[in-house]
Structures are given as structure tokens and as C-alpha cells.
Ligand binder design. Structure first.
Ligand code: RUQ
Ligand code: CUA
Length: 661
């Protein structure tokens, strides 16, 4: 009898059911409070004991998501120089996932041995340098007709001018592409309304083709580009051969946005170094920060990407490092590129939901400047322009400007709600400004209120706040400094993401969330029900990157070790609670290729894999086949094991690898 019980117990442990079993007793389901019943007095006692104000109680009630319930929105926040993308639930602000993009990450088995993700990272190498970091700035969710469709998200790496594609079926990075002609980007990623193209503007100009040229030849040789990366939805990939760039002057292009509805087919990028300062602070020149801020106006770049695509198709380009580049004279001749003056050192440009106006915020100007797309088209038709030093038409400022609104100090980025309001971050004021859009009536643009935030607000993300149909509801302020807001953790502080309730007047901060795993630059917030992520891969033996069955898929009973001279290939499986094979015998000097298939099809039945003494950390999700390779150069006795606590007998999920001298 005792043996039967222990066998039964073992069976239960093996399948991990022990933890899943609930209690037998029926407990009454607590009923939600009604308005009539009021707050239970116990709640008031708790609030009083904790010293909460009525505002605090309100904020707590608006953000608390009970155990087992889901959030209404996903927030995709860049991780800055952590090189990742962080997924957060709104309104609870709970972190759901940290998606590795430009930087290896052990938990997801990203770029730490796994051949699939190593190849994704290697595609973003710069020449012979294996790049294993990045500065992730601006995520962009894929759009259909100007609305988020929940299928893909893109993000740029400012440091090395790269763009990544992340698949929202499994929340994994599938592709990284490198712009061959520049070394940094910033105005990226922004998608065109049907995700035909992903926009990427250079930040720091370098010689076109990314070659060497002395800084004294800055004006002649240094250039920026605006690259339109072609995205193929069927393949889920950027197609570099179908992408192209437009050459632009070395003005340090900044953020960009795509036109939509009325302005569909056009794009807009700021610039902030029309002075063409080149530094030299040890040679007696002004510091960059002074050098690039001398002129009163920089230039908003206005480009017709649809026309540019036709011009490229007609063969009017130069191929530079494999990229098709429209040179400046062609861009001017074909009516692809125009400038409009914009006040002092602008940063953000954001197109209004109707596509009719472009909002530009200048770091050193207390106003936002609103341009009218109709006026821009009129000025182009009237040839109401002068030429800059490179022969690019500069449209007359008064002819294209619709309105200016004084908001406060350091306006940066703008988002929109469903009621015709705009929200702009004020970096120096540490505040969020709410103001009205006035359409074609300049008097209709009015500042409504300013709400303090803590501190030094950069980007903001409202619910679907940069689409053709913003939701309103929530806005997240991505603040650069936290200072005194959280328990101290030494000199490197988290950043403070603050959730703001847009449904009240004035709008209110309702949650402070420390972000200790990367600097969020931009973020986008999408309705949760638009995403349809998978639970397990479609077939056992799945290659998650290629999104097809892997040629190395190994099913139960097919496990084997093949030897061909010094080359050893291992086909193994993992399932609760064993790895097969659990003994691997090698000879010193063997080259080993090892494939592991997680043959489980149960939701959440993930196995990890680490091999002590080698740089290998894998995440083998249900159905996935993952491969790694190494040279067994050091003899000895090694242990490999599953790193996910997958069952009660998880510690037993291991194997010995012996390397004989
Ligand atoms: S940028 S705020 Cu890429 Cu505004 Cu960071
Ligand atoms: Cu599989 Cu632990």
C-alpha cells in the first residue's frame, strides 16, 4: 500500500499537478461592493492607518488590478541603453516581460549560445565588430490604416543605426538590420499608416557611405539620410533590397513622424544642427551645446516618401554599400524634399490624428509650433521658398505655420486624446501641458492646464495616442530623473514612469513606477485585446525565428548522438522532468552541435538549459527546438541542467557531459 501511495505521489510530482490542485472546500466568492454599500469601514480604517488622502485612495482604486485579472492595455517601453523593450500592463504598471533586442539576455536565452538568436544579433554587426549592445529609443507598433494592429513592434538602436523587428505572436526579436551608410539614427522607428515602410532618420552626420573624411570636410562630405525600410508582412521581415534612403544635409536629423490620412505619403523629421557645428572644444571652438544652438531657426524636413519610392523604381538612385540612395539634387528636382524653418533646437514632431497638422516642440523655445499640411502644399505649389546652402527649398515660415502656443519651458513630445486635446511634455518645467487643437482657427489652440510630474519628463505615451483614433484614458510620463521618489539604491537610480489619468480635470498622476531595467525613451500603449499571442509553438520542433518546423526537430524516441570524426551532433529532448540523453561523452577537441526540442505542448511548460563552464543559456519554450554549438577544448566533468523550476523534480532534470582528455 505504501508503495502504491509513493508511486502515485511521484506521478503527481512528475506532471507538476501538485501545485495546480486547488482545495476541495467551497469558499464563498466575495461580492464586489456597490455604490450604495459605500466603502467598507475596514477600508477606511486601513486608509487612515496608512495616512492616505482621498486622492491616494482614488489612485489606488484606479490602478489596482486584482490577482488573476488582466490589464486593459499593453505598454511597450524602450529600454534605452539596456538595448531591450519592456512590456508593462496598464493601469497596474506591472512589468510583464523584458524583450531582449540588441543586448544578450540569459533568461530568454537570447544571444548566449542559441544559434538562432546569435544569427539575429550577428546580422546587426558593424563590419567585423560583433555588436552586443544598443541604445533602444523608439518603439513603433505596426499599423493598418493608421491604427495599431497588434502584429509587430519595431525599435531602433541609436548607437549603431539599426532597426529591429519583434513578432507579437511570441514577443521575440526576429530581425535586426543595419543601415550601411550611417553610424547613428534617432528619428526611428515610425511606421507609415499601413506599415509599408519603417522610417529611420540619421542623428549624427557622418560621411555618406560611412567612410573616413576629416572633420574639416564636414560640409562637403558629411551627410544624413532618411531611410525607408521596406517591411513585408507576409515574411515578417524588413527587405533591405527593397528599401531606400534619401540623402539630406548634415543638419543632425532628430525625431520623425509619418503623415496619415490627409498627409499620408509624406514624412516629417526635425533637425537641430543647421549651424553645422563640428565641436573642437580643446581647439578653442565653442562646445557642441553652444555651437548647435546659435541660429534662431532649424529646419523641419518634409519629404514625400511615396514619390521617392516611385523615383527609386524609375532607377534614379545611386547604390551606396548596397543601399539605394536618392541624392539631394534628384530629391530637389523630383519634388521629394522641402524644409520649413522651425524654432531653436526642436526635438519632437508629431502629426495630429487627422493628419492635417504637424506639432513641433523646440527644446529652447517655450512654444509648440503647429504647421498646416494644406499650407505646406500651398507653399510648395506657389514655390514660396528660398534655397538653403545645399539647394533645398526652404518654405516661407509664415506661409506654412498655423499657430504657436506658449506652453512652458523645454517642450519635447506631444500625444493626443479622443477629444481634440494635445499633451506635451515640458522637460525643464517637469510638467505635462494639456492644450486644445484648433484646426484652422489659430485662436483655437489654447493651453488648458499644466500638471507637475517628478522629474524631467521626456517622452510621453497616451493610449493609442499617436494613431488616427486615440483612446485618451491614460498617459504614461517617462521621466528621466527619480531623485527622492523611491527607496535609495545607490548612485544609479531607476527612472520614474508615472501613470496619469486623463479622465479627470485636471489630469492626475495616479501611479509611480520605478523602471530599474533601462531608460525608457519612447513607449506606445495599445488595447490589450488587439494582441493575440500564442501559448505554445504551432508544432513540436518549431524554429521560432524562421517560424517553421526546424530541420533539427527531435521527437520522443528520436534522441541520438551522432559522431563523424571530431564532429558530434546531439539531438535531445526535454520534458518534465528529464533531459534525454542525460549522459554525453565527448573527447577533448570535439566540435559539438547540440539541438534540444521541448516536446511539451502544455501552456507555460518552459524548460531552460545551462551548461556550466560554457557560455550557454537557453530558453526552450513549449514546442521549440533550440540549437547551440561549442568546442570541447577543456577536458573535465560537466553538469548541464534545466534552469526553469518546471516541476517538483526539476532539480533532477540534469545530465552529465564528460570530456575525456
Ligand atoms: S528621444 S526623450 Cu529618443 Cu526624446 Cu529620448
Ligand atoms: Cu525543466 Cu526544470
Amino acid at each position: 500500500m505504501r508503495r502504491i501511495i509513493s508511486v502515485l505521489l511521484l506521478a503527481v510530482m512528475l506532471t507538476g499537478l501538485l501545485t495546480a490542485c486547488g482545495g476541495e472546500e467551497e469558499t464563498p466568492t466575495p461580492q464586489p461592493v456597490s455604490v450604495e454599500s459605500g466603502l467598507p469601514s475596514a477600508a477606511l480604517e486601513i486608509a487612515a492607518a496608512r495616512g492616505l488622502t482621498p486622492d491616494d485612495i482614488n489612485a489606488a482604486l484606479k490602478t489596482y488590478v486584482p490577482s488573476g485579472k488582466w490589464d486593459d492595455y499593453y505598454l511597450f517601453a524602450s529600454g534605452g541603453h539596456s538595448g531591450n523593450l519592456i512590456v508593462i500592463g496598464v493601469p497596474s504598471m506591472r512589468i510583464l516581460k523584458n524583450i531582449a533586442v540588441f543586448t544578450p539576455e540569459a533568461w530568454q536565452g537570447y544571444g548566449i549560445g542559441d544559434l538562432g538568436t546569435e544569427a539575429v544579433l550577428d546580422a546587426g554587426n558593424v563590419g567585423d565588430v560583433k555588436i552586443r549592445m544598443g541604445d533602444a529609443h523608439h518603439p513603433a507598433l505596426s499599423e493598418t490604416n493608421g491604427d495599431y494592429d497588434g502584429q509587430w513592434v519595431f525599435i531602433n538602436d541609436k548607437a549603431s543605426a539599426r532597426v529591429a523587428v519583434i513578432d507579437l505572436r511570441d514577443f521575440r526579436t526576429k530581425q535586426i538590420v543595419k543601415d550601411p551608410n550611417v553610424i547613428s539614427n534617432h528619428g526611428s522607428t515610425m511606421v507609415t499608416p499601413n506599415t509599408d515602410y519603417i522610417i529611420q532618420g540619421t542623428q549624427y552626420a557622418t560621411p555618406l557611405g560611412w567612410e573616413y573624411a576629416p572633420i574639416s570636410e564636414y560640409k562637403e562630405k558629411y551627410r544624413g539620410v532618411i531611410t525607408l525600410w521596406k517591411f513585408d508582412r507576409e515574411q515578417g521581415r524588413i527587405i533591405p533590397e527593397e528599401s531606400f534612403s534619401i540623402e539630406v544635409p548634415p543638419y543632425w536629423q532628430d525625431l520623425c513622424d509619418a503623415g496619415k490620412l490627409d498627409s499620408d505619403g509624406w514624412g516629417f523629421c526635425n533637425s537641430f544642427n543647421t549651424e553645422m557645428a563640428t565641436g573642437g572644444n580643446m581647439e578653442g571652438n565653442p562646445q557642441f551645446e553652444a555651437g548647435v544652438s546659435q541660429r534662431d531657426m532649424d529646419y523641419l524636413h518634409i519629404f514625400n516618401w511615396k514619390k521617392a519610392a516611385e523615383v527609386v523604381e524609375a532607377g534614379k538612385f545611386e547604390e551606396i554599400n548596397g543601399m539605394r540612395v536618392i541624392r539631394m539634387p534628384t530629391a530637389v528636382e523630383e519634388g521629394i524634399l522641402y524644409f520649413a524653418p522651425e524654432p531653436k533646437s526642436p526635438h519632437g514632431v508629431d502629426v495630429t490624428p487627422d493628419g492635417k497638422y504637424m506639432v513641433v516642440a523646440g527644446k529652447l523655445d517655450p512654444h509648440v509650433t503647429i504647421y498646416s499640411f494644406a499650407k505646406i502644399q500651398q507653399a510648395i505649389a506657389d514655390k514660396n521658398w528660398t534655397l538653403d546652402e545645399f539647394g533645398i527649398p526652404v518654405l516661407d515660415f509664415d506661409a506654412v505655420m498655423m499657430a504657436q502656443v506658449e506652453l512652458g519651458l523645454g517642450p519635447l513630445h506631444t500625444q493626443f486624446d479622443a477629444d481634440g486635446n494635445a499633451y506635451t511634455s515640458l522637460f525643464l518645467d517637469s510638467a505635462l501641458a494639456k492644450w486644445t487643437l484648433g484646426g484652422d482657427d489659430p485662436a483655437g489652440y489654447q493651453l488648458l492646464e499644466k500638471t507637475p510630474v517628478q522629474y524631467n519628463i521626456g517622452h510621453i505615451a497616451a493610449a493609442e495616442g499617436d494613431t488616427v483614433s486615440p483612446d485618451g484614458q491614460y498617459l504614461v510620463a517617462l521621466n528621466k530623473w527619480a531623485v527622492d521618489r523611491f527607496l535609495p539604491v545607490g548612485p544609479l537610480l531607476p527612472q520614474n514612469e508615472q501613470l496619469i489619468d486623463l479622465t479627470t480635470t485636471p489630469v492626475k498622476v495616479i501611479y509611480d513606477m520605478p523602471m530599474g531595467i533601462g531608460e525608457p525613451h519612447y513607449a506606445q500603449m495599445i488595447k490589450a485585446d488587439k494582441l493575440k499571442p500564442i501559448n505554445v509553438y504551432p508544432e513540436v520542433g518549431w524554429d521560432a525565428i524562421a517560424w517553421e518546423k526546424s530541420e533539427h526537430a527531435t521527437l520522443s524516441g528520436e534522441e541520438r548522438i551522432e559522431r563523424d570524426g571530431n564532429n558530434v551532433t546531439i539531438y535531445s529532448t526535454s520534458i518534465r522532468s528529464h533531459l534525454t540523453p542525460d549522459r554525453v561523452e565527448l573527447k577533448k577537441g570535439d566540435h559539438v552541435v547540440w539541438h534540444i526540442t521541448n516536446i511539451e505542448t502544455a501552456h507555460d511548460a518552459v524548460h531552460g538549459f545551462q551548461l556550466g563552464g560554457q557560455n550557454v543559456s537557453l530558453s526552450i519554450e513549449p514546442g521549440a527546438t533550440v540549437s547551440f554549438e561549442f568546442d570541447a577544448n577543456a577536458d573535465g566533468s560537466y553538469a548541464y541542467y534545466c534552469t526553469e523550476f518546471c516541476s517538483a523534480l526539476h532539480l533532477e532534470m540534469m545530465g552529465y557531459m564528460l570530456v575525456e582528455p
